[in-house]
Design a protein around this ligand. Structure first.
Ligand code: CP
Length: 321
């Protein structure tokens, strides 16, 4: 496709299909804009006219609560027009192909597609059939770049810097698209990442992600960590269980009240959601003083406003009231 360049000089990208496309400077640009949009989200009237006349299509062909809800709110708070084309109400259930779906929606002069799909690479395929900007909102076990950006924003707000920060990521690393985006981004920004999982939940070459350490022992790793990032077991991506029972998994890798004394007093607990309470995280820890899980959800709106604004070429740095 003959794709028009983004005229925004501070963020020279057309799409966001993988976190690998962003330099450390690009990531910090998004986080700094998210900070500006956070102020908008604290106002009584949470809306700016920044992207009036732009149209965004949300194409969610896999379930989502957080990502879909926060993208929709972000678009509306930027004054975009929106169309939701995924799910059981779309003609994909009548057999219309993905490419025909994109061509149809593209003919309506959409400026941006937000794409979630169970198959890795779908947002890239979409980008090959439209001149509109495309954001990957989670594809298979490949990438979830906006989740990584909102996690980074939350960590940055709580910890002030990434340099030398010790981050442990615990659980189902191999099936996690969150890891595929978050680990390389943290490494790029100077954090020291430890992957904590049984061998059956690790990729064949975990070092490719950019982690500094790999261990199977959560209790040994916990005392050193500034950020404890818990992952859900991706049951929907498993052909057979990689552990004897959920009870055994919880005993070895669950973040429980009993493990709280092992943590630094100022350590934070992150989770991308949805949580399987009583498996990777007990309710005491999910809702306790270390948890920043609801902060992550709020960050999702701020970061997605920033990214849509930057990709659709927000004319200048001013976010007018
Ligand atoms: N974290 C995340 O992607 O959640 P949803 O599946 O609810 O969007």
């Amino acid at each position: 496709m003959n794709r028009a360049a983004n005229k925004n000089k501070v963020f020279d990208h057309k799409d966001l299909l993988s976190i690998d496309e962003l330099s450390a400077e690009d990531i910090m640009t998004v986080l700094n804009y998210a900070k500006m949009f956070e102020e908008v989200n604290e106002r009584t009237i949470k809306k700016v006219p920044a992207l009036r006349g732009k149209t965004v299509c949300n194409l969610f062909l896999e379930p989502s609560t957080r990502t879909r809800g926060s993208f929709e709110l972000a678009e509306k708070r930027l004054s975009c027009d929106t169309v939701n084309a995924g799910g059981s109400a779309s003609s994909t259930v009548k057999g219309e192909s993905l490419v025909d779906t994109i061509k149809t929606l593209d003919s309506m002069k959409v400026d941006m597609f937000i794409v979630r799909h169970k198959y890795a690479g779908t947002p890239y395929i979409v980008s090959q059939h439209t001149n509109a900007a495309v954001i990957d909102a989670g594809d298979g076990k490949h990438q979830h770049p906006t989740q990584a950006l909102l996690d980074l924003y939350t960590i940055w707000k709580k910890k002030g810097s990434f340099d030398g920060l010790k981050v442990g990521i615990v659980g189902d690393i191999v099936h996690s698209r969150v890891c595929g985006s978050l680990v390389p981004a943290l490494a790029k920004l100077g954090a020291e990442v430890t992957l904590i999982a049984p061998a059956t939940m690790l990729p064949a070459c975990p070092e490719v992600l950019g982690a500094a350490h790999v261990t199977a022992n959560l209790d040994e790793a916990l005392p050193d960590l500034d950020v404890v990032y818990m992952l859900r077991i991706q049951m929907e991506r498993l052909e057979e269980a990689p552990f004897p029972s959920l009870r055994e998994y919880h005993l070895l890798y669950g973040l429980t009240k009993e493990r709280e004394p092992l943590m630094k007093q100022d350590a934070i607990i992150c989770h991308p959601g949805p949580i399987n309470r009583g498996v990777e995280l007990d309710s005491y820890m999910a809702d306790g003083s270390h948890s920043v899980i609801t902060d992550q959800v709020f960050s999702g709106v701020c970061v997605r406003m920033a990214l849509i604004y930057l990709l659709l070429g927000g004319a200048n740095d001013e976010i007018s009231a």
